[in-house]
Ligand binder design. Sequence first.
Ligand code: NDP
Length: 288
Amino acid sequence: MTATIISGKELAQTFHEDIAQEVQRLRKNNVQPGLAVILVGEHPASVSYVKAKIKDCEKVGIHSTAIRLGERTTESELLAHIDKLNHDPQIHGILVQLPLPDHISEEKVINAIVPEKDVDGFHPVNVGNMVIGDECFLPCTPHGIVKMIKSTGTDLQGKHVVVVGRSNIVGKPVSLLMLQEHATVTICHSRTQKLTDITKQADVLIVAVGREEFVGKEHVAPGTIVIDVGVNRNHEGRLVGDVRFDELKEIASFITPVPGGVGPMTRTMLLYNTLESAKRHQAVTHTG
Ligand code: NDP
């Protein structure tokens, strides 16, 4: 079997077109969706992620502003920037690029963003609402993964989804979203025993471990849908995922590539959330 590639890049393009149309519609009603991205320091990967996010906004007509702060910015200075953006009516989404320098508490920073503008979906209020299935901003990577699986035409109801990884930004939330799709979910992590026995039972295997080409043919049964979240740089400096793509594309039914898979859809869901935030803002302004 040769797997069908789920191209996040192509799927993102379709979403961009829809988002751009919605943005136009809002602008006609005098609402211009706006996103602020804050970057502290010069971490090369973070610099390129921020640039890409700003470029995405331009593509779909979302107003964006990038605030670049020096490595030595204090926590209180950063919190002051967030406070200003929280009160800025032109800004519907605030994203602080992670990781932050060690002297700044990520938790404090995430909690400082008002939940109504937390388009990353990391604020405890949004996380809590996601758990109970209430209105919230869904975290971008897990949300993008749901869209990618659905793009294959697969009905997740009753399927066995195995998630490898239990981080707060990927493993845990994607497991919850799969549960909300009525899948049967197994979560694996570094203490899991007999990992291959479990992953082999998966109809859908989502891998988010952050270890270069960790999952291979010994882990996967024929016909599995494989979602590779990992982004790692190998010894040649090339970007590779957490799965051995060349090996698994011969076994899986569908597989995501790295790069061009989960990454572009993560960024697209950020645009989606910013648009949603602007729509909610408009609804409140019109009714209140
Ligand atoms: P974390 O490091 O926070 O979590 C990794 C998880 O993998 C942990 O739960 C850990 O278990 C588990 N793990 C580690 N080793 C093993 C093992 N040998 N067997 C089973 N489980 C193991 O990573 P993230 O979730 O933040 O990110 C994962 C990957 O996804 C990274 O490569 C990251 O760069 C990428 N990523 C990509 C995004 C995109 O948009 N494409 C977005 C976010 C992340 P334990 O909890 O026990 O330590």
